[in-house]
Write a protein that binds this ligand. Structure first.
Ligand code: SF4
Length: 479
């Protein structure tokens, strides 16, 4: 049991996450009390292991927080005798920090050195972060992203619900009779976005969810036809559709996607181990993945992504190697390697397995390195990176791609360079305000240049309240 006693709430979030990274299985309680003398003291099983009495009055609050975080990290490192690859970096977008420094014209060496000192990040992760930030920067330089926007279309249905899932996803069988109603509401929202965004250039479209290919071929055709009629696609660089689960894909559906010029699809096995597919609630086989992948290639898809998850229950490094061997044989154009994240909304969170998973950081580290090695052998280069809360071993997710096959949408959403207008149940729009136009966050009081507009997650509510969803967007598009 860990008790963190804190004088000011300002230090609480980071302190919690740094301690959690070192002691993932401990229950952590925070006690905030303005009357305390020390800034922070941390007890493990009632024994005080860290005490920070004071901060430098000459420094800003932000500088002091950084110093407090470093002190907590170093003492936790001594106490547990282990290091955390991403140091005190609790945010999810390390490359955003690096990219900003590159844009400011700083040299690569200086940035790397600063990054390691400032956040206590390992040399390996700093090198990975720099490599990705540079690649992202050069890809974005080819795009007039400031005058454009991207569109996300959410289809919240899947064949079954995977145990680790925290997305907005409902089993298609339960909704089969009402998908047309959903599409009607969705098309209404799409029409509104198209009408309001006439002056803007649409750069990328991403259709995700859920699994869009749970829709029937005719429904996909109707939806894509509506998109084509609504938007000018002249400036469109990429149109991705998550074909996700092989048990949702048919030749007829792939043909519809091809006819509508979808440039990139995802076929996501997560693992090529049958025992794991069975245990995570997938109702398809490894052979299904291979068959569908080959079919997509035969139909002419030349940019296919595959998602893998490192750290799924019961898997060891040999399983990961076997999965990567099978993926290598297929030779995808993109590979996205996730570290398992235990989200509050997932079924996994409710099980005892959570503890076991959060504890296997060495195995995970090996799996992630193995994936990076295989990606190299497949001539796939890391091009985007993000982290999640409650990620096993405190690692990262990395997208790899062949030259010229990187998913631009992924970079745009991670680096928050461009507004992403999102339609559908559970979809979250992110408006990036023009330079110099910031608003104050109601909760933290900080100035920010991003406005989020969330659609309701529940499909029924989305259908019923579609006009309200549209109205909410209307308040911000494009003011
Ligand atoms: S396929 Fe993706 S969205 Fe669907 S249930 Fe599985 S993890 Fe969730």
């Amino acid at each position: 049991m860990v008790d963190i006693y804190i004088k000011e709430e300002f230090y609480a979030y980071d302190a919690f996450h740094i301690v959690k990274a070192f002691l993932p299985n401990e229950e952590i309680k925070q006690h905030i009390n303005r009357e305390r003398n020390e800034i922070i003291s941390i007890d493990v099983d009632k024994q005080t292991i860290i005490k920070i009495d004071d901060v430098n009055k000459e420094c800003t609050k932000k500088e002091n927080k950084s110093e407090v975080n470093k002190k907590i990290y170093k003492q936790m490192e001594r106490y547990t005798n282990k290091s955390i690859a991403w140091g005190i970096l609790t945010g999810i977008r390390p490359t955003k920090i690096l990219m900003k420094k590159l844009e400011d014209g700083k040299s690569e060496e200086d940035i790397k050195e600063w990054f390691q000192q400032q956040y206590l990040v390992s040399e390996k992760k700093a090198t990975l972060g720099m490599e990705i930030a540079k690649r992202e920067k050069s890809l974005l330089e080819q795009l007039d992203y400031e005058n454009g926007y991207s569109l996300y279309i959410g289809i919240p249905f899947c064949p079954t619900t995977c145990s680790y899932c925290s997305f907005t996803s409902y089993p298609i069988q339960q909704w089969k009779e009402r998908t047309d109603e959903y599409l009607e509401a969705l098309c209404k929202e799409i029409s509104f976005v198209g009408e309001t965004s006439k002056e803007k250039k649409l750069n990328t479209i991403y259709m995700g969810g859920g699994t869009p290919t749970t829709l029937e071929a005719e429904q996909l055709d109707r939806l894509l036809t509506h998109v084509e009629k609504t938007f000018s696609l002249e400036e469109l660089k990429e149109f991705t559709v998550e074909a996700g689960r092989p048990d949702s894909i048919t030749e007829a559906k792939l043909e519809v996607l091809k006819r509508h010029h979808i440039t990139r699809i995802s076929i996501n096995p997560q693992t090529m181990q049958q025992k794991t597919l069975d245990s995570i609630g997938r109702r398809h086989t490894v052979e299904d993945v291979i068959r569908i992948f080959r079919l997509a290639r035969k139909l002419g898809f030349d940019n296919i992504n595959m998602d893998l998850i490192a750290g799924l229950t019961g898997e060891n490094v040999d399983d990961m190697r076997d999965t990567l061997e099978k993926i290598k044989e297929l030779n995808p154009d993109n590979l996205t390697v996730h570290s398992l994240a235990i989200k509050r909304a997932s079924k996994l969170n409710q099980t005892e397995t959570k503890k076991e998973l959060m504890n296997q950081s060495e195995t995970l580290s090996e799996m992630i390195e193995l994936a990076a090695k295989y990606a190299g052998e497949m001539e796939l280069f890391p091009y985007y990176l993000y982290r999640q809360k409650n990620i096993a071993g405190n690692f990262e997710n990395v997208g790899y791609a062949k030259v010229d096959k990187a998913g631009i949408y992924n970079i745009l959403i991670m680096e928050e360079k461009q507004s992403i207008v999102a339609v559908g149940a559970g979809a979250s729009t992110k408006i990036v305000l023009p330079k110099g136009k910031e608003i104050r966050d109601r909760k933290s009081g900080d100035l920010k240049n991003i406005v989020r507009i969330e659609n309701v997650k529940d499909v029924d509510a989305y259908i019923m309240r579609i006009d309200e969803m549209i109205e909410r967007k209307g308040e911000w598009l494009w003011r």
